[in-house]
Design a binder for this molecule. Structure first.
Ligand code: RFL
Ligand code: PHB
Length: 390
């Protein structure tokens, strides 16, 4: 098979890139190791920055998003038995939209297939070759056979555990990394959210987050130790811990309901530089991971491929190489801004070290400062809703 841009991975990055290229008249094929049903039901991110919403709308993907997405103009911080609202829209003029990642993925798949696009599901890329030539190849397994996808460029959008990054020879890429001694236990529950806005709670037993997906579905997270086993968390234990960490404000209580899904995700900060080698471009979780506390992962994936869409358009229209050459440098500015913000939010809100009361005092001081200083609160707000330029 031959195409102009070969894309590995049908997450938000790969699908959005294929959609953007199609709008520029550039052909692409997306190879995805999982089934369509699997990727459309994988519960992950939920927060879209203003810039991501603008991109989805501008490219014809705003209909269901505008009907079902929940626009939020603030978030709530809970700590030391108090609650404080960060008025994001008042402070920045911008807002976030809560709309599940799997809904973005469903909309993108539907748009690509309606436009005659090619997404091969259950097609696992096994290796890349010829990246130094004008005609690189993605080798993949499909329906029990070894196949080849020949293209002009390969874009690795295959997430943290993908194969694309490893096609770059040793010594070219630099890795910057931090692992945290804790993870998030996330649940999806059939319970009406008890609030209109997200609650980020700092508690002596650990961080908790109250989020949502719709007027009927709540999404909740608990900080747990990194090596925690989900089998040790029966539903009743999860609700009890959520009540302890979130019901710290008089007169406020959670709505409970059947737990539909639960999983534990380790927290990690990770960046690989540069984001390109020869005819291979890397985007999204394949080259950078942020801890979810800043809600940046999916937004960064979309921002990367927005740059790539323009860069390929310039190359195919006029043979211009400047945008492709600048891709890594330009993308990394936003990546590192998000790294710093996500690390800061994570450090401020989690239980870091039980033996170090000094750290807990610093966290309280930072949280209190957010409630009294519009400048500090604006810094949080403008990063959270997404900076237009970085
Ligand atoms: P994805 O979504 O991981 O997609 C990669 C795709 O590549 C496929 N793949 C392969 N396909 C073919 N051949 C191979 N060899 C392949 N190897 C892998 C995989 O099956 C998959 O379909 O990466 P992408 O597109 O870069 O998107 C990144 C986002 O998924 C991720 O950053 C976010 O989910 C992170 N994240 C959040 N981001 C936000 O912006 N806001 C949030 O509120 C937010 N919350 C979260 C999150 C991630 C979480 N988890 C579970 C990791 C909350 C959680 C709990
Ligand atoms: C979510 O709704 O899944 C969510 C919201 C905010 C975060 C992370 C995840 O910071």
């Amino acid at each position: 098979m031959r195409t102009q841009v070969g894309i590995v991975g049908a997450g938000p990055a790969g699908l959005m890139l294929s959609h953007l290229l199609h709008r520029q008249g550039i052909s692409s094929v997306v190879l995805e190791s999982r089934s369509r049903d699997y990727v459309e039901h994988r519960v992950r991110a939920g927060v879209l920055e203003q810039g991501s919403v603008d991109l989805l709308r501008a490219t014809g993907l705003g209909d269901r998003l505008d009907r079902e997405g929940l626009r939020h103009e603030g978030i709530e911080l809970r700590f030391d038995g108090e609650s404080h609202r960060v008025a994001m829209t008042e402070l920045t003029g911008r807002a976030i939209t809560v709309y599940g990642q799997q809904e973005v993925v469903k909309d993108l798949i539907a748009a690509r297939l309606a436009a005659g696009g090619t997404i091969l599901f259950s097609a696992e890329a096994t290796r890349l070759s010829g990246l130094e030539s004008p005609s690189p190849v993605v080798h993949y397994r499909y329906e029990g056979r070894d196949e080849e996808l020949h293209c002009d460029f390969v874009v690795g959008c295959d997430g943290f555990h993908g194969v694309s990054r490893s096609a770059v020879p040793d010594g070219v890429l630099h890795t910057y990394e931090r692992t945290y001694p804790f993870a998030w236990l996330g649940v999806l529950a059939a319970a009406a959210p008890a609030v209109d806005e997200l609650i980020y709670a700092h508690h002596e037993r650990g961080f908790a987050l109250y989020s949502m997906r719709s007027p009927e579905i709540s999404r909740l997270y608990l900080q747990v130790p990194a090596d925690e086993d989900i089998a040790d968390w029966p539903d009743e234990r999860i609700w009890a811990e959520l009540r302890t960490r979130l019901e710290t404000v008089p007169g406020w209580s959670l709505n409970e309901g059947p737990i539909l899904e639960k999983a534990i995700t380790p927290l990690r900060s990770f960046v690989v530089e540069p984001m390109q080698w020869q005819r291979l471009y890397l985007a999204g979780d394949a080259v950078h991971i942020v801890p979810p506390t800043g809600a940046k992962g999916m937004n960064l994936a979309l921002a990367d491929v927005a740059l790539l869409g323009d860069a390929f358009a310039a190359w195919y229209a006029d043979g211009r190489t400047d945008l492709l050459d600048d891709y890594s440098r330009t993308a990394l500015r936003r990546v590192w801004r998000a790294q710093q913000f996500s690390w800061w939010m994570t450090s401020m809100l989690h239980r870091l070290n039980a033996d170090d009361p000094y750290e807990a005092k610093l966290q309280s001081a930072a949280l209190r400062y957010l409630t009294t200083s519009p400048a500090y609160a604006t810094s949080l707000a403008e990063n959270y809703v997404g900076l237009p330029t970085v």
